[in-house]
Design a binder for this molecule. Sequence first.
Ligand SMILES: Nc1ncnc2c1ncn2[C@@H]1O[C@H](COP(=O)(O)OP(=O)(O)O)[C@@H](O)[C@H]1O
Ligand SMILES: [Mg+2]
Length: 482
Amino acid sequence: MSTPSISTNVQEKDVSGLALIAAHSHITGLGLDDNLQPKESAQGMVGQLKARKAAGVILRMIQAGKIGGRAVLMAGPPSTGKTAIAMGLSQSLGSEVPFTAVAGSEIFSLDLSKTESLTQAFRKSIGIRIKEETEIIEGEVVEIQIDRSITGGHKQGKLTIKTTDMETVYELGNKMIEGLTKEKVLAGDVISIDKASGKITKLGKSFTRARDYDAMGPDTKFVQCPEGELQKRKEVVHTVSLHEIDVINSRQQGFLALFSGDTGEIRSEVRDQINTKVAEWKEEGKAEIVPGVLFIDEVHMLDIECFSFINRALEDEFAPTVFMATNRGISKTRGTKYKSPHGLPMDLLDRSIIIHTSPYNADEIRTILSIRSTEEEVELSADALALLTKIGEETSLRYASNLISVSQQISLKRRSNTVDLPDVKRAYTLFLDSDRSVKYLEEFSSLFIDDEGNVTLGYNGNSNNSATKIGAKVEDDKMETD
Ligand SMILES: Nc1ncnc2c1ncn2[C@@H]1O[C@H](COP(=O)(O)OP(=O)(O)O)[C@@H](O)[C@H]1O
Ligand SMILES: [Mg+2]
């Protein structure tokens, strides 16, 4: 038996992206009406009205292509919906405008330099809308025949497709079979296949087969069977990011790197050539620049070199809107000795417009927790919700929100489908919030390793006299907290 090939890094990127969004899966937009007025609770968004309205104004400007090269800073205490608002913004942008989300700490990776990571993030946030002539196959599906080999490995098949004037049979490979299965293409569908990329688009169902279906969704669309040749040339418009163009054209990497996320450093000559080319296309009317949004969450994690890079990149001819979030007050900018508002250097702060978020009241917390429980398919009793709300008020919204799923596990253990008061109480005692954790730390401080590497070994000493030095002294500027 042959050993199957194992790939270890293909999925990694997707998973991290999912984790970032999962806590915000209930959010589908900013919850504004047509006049940018925020509704008290809409599209999963609750309260924080001023900040949402401000984000709406930014959204309008981004959509009008007016704000590329500008910076927006969202500042507020933890758990006040900064990341949530950024997610709402990205949902409202639509698929044409690129949105890239990174966390400040992600910029410091082992395989890429800080500036390369930032450059890639910036270039992922610039869309290029390209008009191209491509060759497509367009027709009504007569029959799809797929032969699955018993081992499940290689698939083969045939696609019979027709226009009113002709009919042809195409051989199918693995990739096309997957595409057809994913799009749920059936006989009677009118489809279009891009010959270069293999992308399949369902245009609708053929009128001639309308009577064959008795169960149809309300949005089933009927179209005419195409006329003439099966293969046609068509002008299509598609949007790719500058980064995607970089990767495809960087000879060492090739387009496969796009799927693995393993792009490595891209040479600056490649980027220069691409910039020149894109500028040319723009002149000739073949391409349009779509400045998108680069969201940098926890931006206070960046250091002074990153900040000066951002300052420079904002001046660039292709610059996205940089949307940043921080929970720092007056604090030190990493890599310097200076304190400044939000830990951002003054020159960057100066070019930013600032949106504030503020803590929620009990009603808002209750509504958000109730939306989260619906999203996580957890049924809460009224008492349980009331207690969670109180916990949210006294600790943090995020902590209370995390207790939802934990309490559910506890209720399941006693075979109940509803989370009740005792379940939440139990969850609250099992898992500490940060305040109680700090109290615990203060009580048992000597048993933990401190910044100087001091720790008391053994469980009966609560004084620092017997402290044993282990490990090296931690460097000041690597571990700074405010
Ligand atoms: N206004 C809001 N409406 C709905 N959900 C919210 C709102 N604000 C915060 N949340 C949810 O509460 C949790 C914590 O908010 P988050 O945006 O992560 O806070 P921050 O980024 O300010 O620390 C997330 O699950 C988030 O989706
Ligand atoms: Mg956040």
